[in-house]
Ligand binder design. Structure first.
Ligand code: PGA
Length: 255
């Protein structure tokens, strides 16, 4: 089986301030030096991206953005384009996070456009998918997750798939302290990979990295990372402390 390099993302959401963000990034930078086996990305709020970039130096820590707008410029009040993100050294972009789908009302159509804008901008593009509790309880987990996946990847080429990462984040597990069991997470990850195998080919499916997200913490990370189709994590709450985030990175590095 293809050995995939784990990827850990820290999604800071609308948290930190300029000083605490710079300190946090500095602490992560120091500790990931020892970790050569995994990719580590932080997604600070847009407004702090440049400040955070200034502490990364030559570090392997990658700078990411929590969102992108799909037009390149113009009258789009409050939005940030691919060119602007390129300008300040961003390399990875989250698209379709559940808070954007469910709180900000982003549609499948908008998310699809953002995936294309992000890929055209040359960014590693992390497409987030996941079902709500209601959808899970109605037995619709796979229907929803695979619909989000197929819609988000519509028109994405085999070559572009090299820049795509999928984050499976069950909405009911985000910020709630509830984590999907490793078995439940693994079964959805496997279905995502099989769906990609059908849409593309063996190589794309076997090299695609699929992160799990939803209350990942130091004490549940190692077990999740033993699952064959879980290739890392997208971490919210636990990414706001260097100690807990670094412990998750270490667990991924030794998985
Ligand atoms: P959480 O958030 O780790 O706080 O559950 C994960 C996410 O939303 O990416």
């Amino acid at each position: 089986m293809t050995k995939r390099r784990p990827i850990i993302g820290g999604n800071w959401k609308m948290q930190t301030d300029v000083e605490s963000g710079m300190l946090l990034a500095g602490d992560i930078t120091d500790s990931i030096e020892a970790c050569e086996n995994c990719d580590v990305v932080v997604y600070p709020p847009f407004i702090y991206l440049q400040a955070i970039d200034s502490v990364l130096g030559q570090s392997a820590l990658v700078l990411g953005a929590q969102d992108i707008w799909h037009e390149s410029n113009g009258a789009f009040t409050g939005e940030i384009s691919a060119e602007m993100l390129q300008d300040i050294g961003v390399q990875s972009v989250l698209v379709g996070h559940s808070e954007r789908r469910h709180i900000l009302g982003e549609t499948y159509e908008i998310i699809g456009k953002k995936v294309h804008a992000s890929l055209a901008g040359g960014f590693q593009t992390v497409l987030c998918v996941g079902e709500t509790l209601e959808q899970r309880e109605a037995g619709n987990t796979l229907r929803i997750v695979l619909a989000q996946l197929k819609s988000g990847l519509e028109g994405v080429s085999v070559e572009q798939m090299q820049m795509v990462v999928i984050a499976y984040e069950p909405v009911w597990a985000i910020g709630t302290g509830k984590t999907a069991s490793p078995e439940d997470a693994q079964s959805v990850h496997k279905e995502i990979r099989e769906c990609v195998r059908g849409l593309y080919d063996e190589i794309v499916a076997d090299t695609l990295r699929i992160q799990y997200g939803g209350s990942v913490k130091p004490d549940n990370a190692a077990e999740l990372f033993t699952c064959p189709d879980i290739d890392g994590a997208l971490v919210g709450g636990a990414s706001l402390s260097a100690d807990s985030f670094n412990a998750i990175v270490t667990a991924a590095c030794s998985s």
